[in-house]
Design a protein around this ligand. Structure first.
Ligand code: FE2
Length: 153
């Protein structure tokens, strides 16, 4: 399979145990798919630019939310994890800025592949690692929430 041609799809295997973060990850996957569609169908610089701009902003918003969560659940690797976020934010901002400056080749297949691998790899390997801390926090709060079993972290 050529990953650069593939449309990403969220599945339960990507779940980190938090409905909020899972929903963010689905939004990010949708945005990357939209970016894929916009470049594949040769949309204008402004249209592609607005999708990548939303992606860049949502990435920052999501990482901030995830970092608050990691602090809340006492995840010990959060400093290193947050540093990965800074690197990824910078990379996406750089792609956006270069695109807006007229570098059309900046969204070539290699970059789209990078975005897809980055997202799946980060979720599957880095984000999944804090799942046990989410579950422990949910257990500690078990029964206190009106919802019972569902963790609202
Ligand atoms: Fe993360």
């Amino acid at each position: 399979m050529r990953l650069d041609m593939a449309i990403l799809a969220w599945s339960e295997t990507y779940s980190v145990g938090s409905a909020m973060i899972d929903s963010d990850h689905q939004i990010l996957i949708n945005l990357i798919n939209q970016l894929h569609d916009a470049t594949e169908t040769g949309q204008s610089r402004d249209v592609v630019g607005s999708v990548i701009n939303v992606l860049a902003e949502y990435v920052v918003h999501h990482f901030h939310r995830e970092e608050l969560l990691m602090a809340q659940i006492g995840y010990p690797e959060r400093a290193q994890h947050s540093q990965t976020h800074r690197d990824l934010e910078q990379r996406v901002r750089d792609i956006r800025d270069r695109w807006m400056a007229g570098e059309r080749h900046v969204l070539d297949d290699d970059v789209m592949t990078f975005l897809k691998i980055w997202l799946t790899d980060h979720i599957l390997r880095a984000d999944i690692a804090y799942r046990p801390w989410i579950e422990a926090a949910a257990d500690a709060h078990g029964g206190a929430d009106s919802g019972g079993g569902a963790c609202n972290i």
